[in-house]
Ligand binder design. Sequence first.
Ligand SMILES: *Cc1c(COP(=O)(O)O)cnc(C)c1O
Length: 390
Amino acid sequence: MKFELSERLNKLPVYLFAEIDRLKQEIRAKGIDIISFGIGDPDLPTPGAIIDILKKESEIEDNHRYPSYEGLLKFRESAASWYDKRFGVSLDPETEVLSLIGSKEGIGHFPLAFVNPGDIVLVPDPGYPVYNAATVLALGIPYFMPLEEKNDFLPDFSKIPEDVFKKAKLMFLNYPNNPTSARANRDFFKEVVKLAKKYSIIIAHDFAYSEVYTAGNPTESFLSVPGAKDVGIEFHSLSKTFNMTGFRIGFASGSEAIIKGLGTVKTNLDSGIFQAIQLAGAYGLDNELGAVKENNKIYKKRRELLLRGLKKLGFHVYNSDTTFYVWAKVPKIGLSSKDFAVSLLNDTGVIVTPGSGFGRHGEGYIRFSLTLSEDRIKEGLERMGLRQFT
Ligand SMILES: *Cc1c(COP(=O)(O)O)cnc(C)c1O
């Protein structure tokens, strides 16, 4: 029998990293030690106290049952009180917070709640690939908003045609930004709220890196701007905050009506997060913010080390203090970011992520992750130093 993939699946972009994955296998098979700056997953451990709660709670039989789709009230209360403490945003845990099986799950399902076939969804480019995929799977039409260095990787709304705004249902934003590491300030968020009100656009702000910043200058929440809670929601994740990517836990917060729409999709499709994990996550939000500070000290040292080394090698790097990424220009004029990444891997066993994997406007850049030790970063820099770049 022949099986044809659905049109919507066929519309998803081809997987750009396939060639790099294949090359990586080949090189590894030769016994060459690979240094990967390509991993967007913290190498640091989940705080021990969070694991202890998980162990304890997983013994309790009540926690073995189906969890409710909206999440334990305890978890949502911890999320709300953390928002209040950290951002000065007050949220009703019953109606303005929804737990998620990781924020990717929530982002992936979100367009199904509000996007009709043919509706425009504004998607940052470069950006986390899930915004585009979720849009396409909901039969929406992505309109890519270029993020350019001259604008500090914020979209320039004056360049987007008025009729696009009129047809747009939803806008995804993500600050601190993956892959560029840029941050947004309140003035930008205020402009977003104005725009959202003017054209009735729902704002979905992906705030996965809210706690990953290194210069003692905390990031700001979109929801902390007046009016934001009327037009949007924020996706938060415990993955990057507490090094819990494998646990699958996050939450959405903001507008009650929007949270309700997302909740309706979820009621029909899933049953929430293992309760022991929710209780462990709640404990983290209540008690473990010191661990976040320690992580950030480590990322700061790694960033300084990598930036110094890359600058010495002649790279142009974007200066930033958020996320655990460094966004750099491909040093050789005329070489695509993918060709550069492939030749770097071939010649040195060093993996970087080509910017074009995040969208057309990522072309010309590569992304380095800071999820490896200082020794490995040094080793990576030394190997790159043996090559001519310009
Ligand atoms: C890692 C990441 C997420 C998703 O994290 P979850 O583990 O699904 O909570 C969401 N957005 C961005 C930009 C990310 O980098």
